[in-house]
Design a protein around this ligand. Structure first.
Ligand SMILES: [Cu+2]
Length: 70
């Protein structure tokens, strides 16, 4: 498993945290390590997804996300 931190824009309340959580849970293999307003740390299986793809899924769901360098 690899781990990545994502910067996430547009989160302002618990509702946003719930939406981001459900987006992350829909991505096969992704495990949430921590999630708070503005950022998330997730683990993902190498070869199945990438930090860029995870960020893109969040951005598509309305929360512009960017992977942070390790
Ligand atoms: Cu909100």
């Amino acid at each position: 498993m690899n781990e990545t931190r994502l910067h996430i824009e547009g989160m302002s309340c618990g509702h946003c945290v719930g939406r981001v959580r459900s987006t992350l849970q829909r991505i096969p293999g992704v495990e949430i390590v921590s999630l708070e307003l503005g950022s998330a740390v997730v683990r993902y299986p190498e070869g199945e997804t990438t930090p860029e793809a995870i960020a893109r899924a969040l951005t598509t769901d309305g929360y512009a996300a960017t992977p942070q360098p390790a």
